[in-house]
Design a protein around this ligand. Sequence first.
Ligand code: ADP
Ligand code: MG
Length: 505
Amino acid sequence: MGRVLVMLTAAAAVVACSVATVMVRRRVRRRRKWRKVVGLLKDLEESFETPLGRLRQMVDAIAVEMQAGLVSEGGSKLKMLLTFVDDLPNGSERGTYYALHLGGSYFRIIRVHLGGQRSSLEVQDIERHSIPTSLLNSTSEVLFDFLASSLQRFIEKEGHESISSQDVKRELAFTFSFPVKQTSLSSGVLIKWTKGFAISEMAGEDIAECLQGAVDRRGLDIHVAALVNDTVGALSYGHYHDPDTIAAVVFGTGSNACYLERTDAIIKCQNPRTTSGSMVVNMEWGNFWSSRLPRTSYDIELDAESLNSNDMGFEKMIGGMYLGDIVRRVILRMSQESDIFGPISSILSTPFVLRTNSVSAMHEDDTPELHEVATILKHLGVPNVPLKVRKLVVKICDVVTRRAARLAAAGISGILKKLGRDGSVGEGRRRSSDKQMMRRTVVAVEGGLYSNYRMFREYMDEALRDILGEDVARQVVIKAMEDGSSIGSALLLASSHSVRTISNI
Ligand code: ADP
Ligand code: MG
């Protein structure tokens, strides 16, 4: 009996020992894996870093490239496109105007009524729809017929009091969020598609004429009277409310900026024919490139697999279309290099499956257990991850978005530098006076990324203060404009109309 007991005790001890050994081994393995993940995270943070010195170099590079793009056609990756907009709306406009805005993800149609004073601006109707993905690689005929049919439905909603019953054609501004070489305020040719669009048969075609043709084929009483880049629409809206507005930036599916430039600085344009002495320049800043941009292996892969590789490098680091995909690539790489996310998810390998609105939802998840993160990961085929892994995902969102927001701030500061409004001494000469240096400057900002992603906004504001310094930053007002691109285009059309009417008298 005694021997049996001894043997049993010994066996139990052996089992206990092996269990303990297995547990210790597992723990050691887990720790080793986690250490590897910590290493990967550290590498990630380093490669996405945007220290102040580097941001300042970017600010300089942007100002230099802006200058180069103004001097000669093709002089810079920044196209610095002429817009033929020399007068911005000021509040005195009157009438009823329409705008159709083709963005990267949405199209919008609006009708505004202007009563001759800022306070009487009335958005009478606004529609916002997702662009069907089938349109992205369709033909120009399909695209423009789709837009015309949407317009038709929009105006059919109007009651008997509609403008057409007064026997006047509806005046419409076509707000277009892709690069166009404008030939006048109302005409221009597509340079290239961006943001995942690949519609054939568009090269060399006048965009406004394409829409007018589709509208005419449907017998609609609409005159496509202006072709307006979305940034220019946002600037017009900003200027309508606040004449200190001199630039506008869009942070939506893609990103772009425009600003008001002196015509004598637009050297590549011999005869700008403006009365105001200035013209809005569409920078097409999504194509900005500098060796100082913190380009990572994720950016290189994303670019290589995109429809427009070697193009739009800046946009691919800051545009809403891309941030989600960068985060997806990071999570995928981590799940390949360690098994903290469990078996590799095939869903996670699908490009663009993680949208930037999910990134902001995870980033701003304030539940103690990070429920939102867990739900989104589950949809990506990554269920049941422990809390510390969910925290890691939040950190990845933070790293990617922080870089984007800081680069965006460098972009804005580059414009301010070019205009001598960044508080620095530029181009080897002193600015006219300290007073001018500190002039109030308003930058209109529009787009779903900016308006819906609080952390993006906060990081951008913080970086602007870092780059400009508190004193100058206090003079720089970043003003969010909901639907500014669409409303502003209608305002711009109204103001061009009043100018034309006056000069015709
Ligand atoms: P468009 O680019 O078509 O003009 P928006 O300006 O509304 O449209 O921007 C839409 C883009 O903004 C989306 O594609 C997405 O990238 C981004 N976005 C929208 N909502 C959010 C959100 N909640 N968080 C982060 N990004 C968002
Ligand atoms: Mg937009």
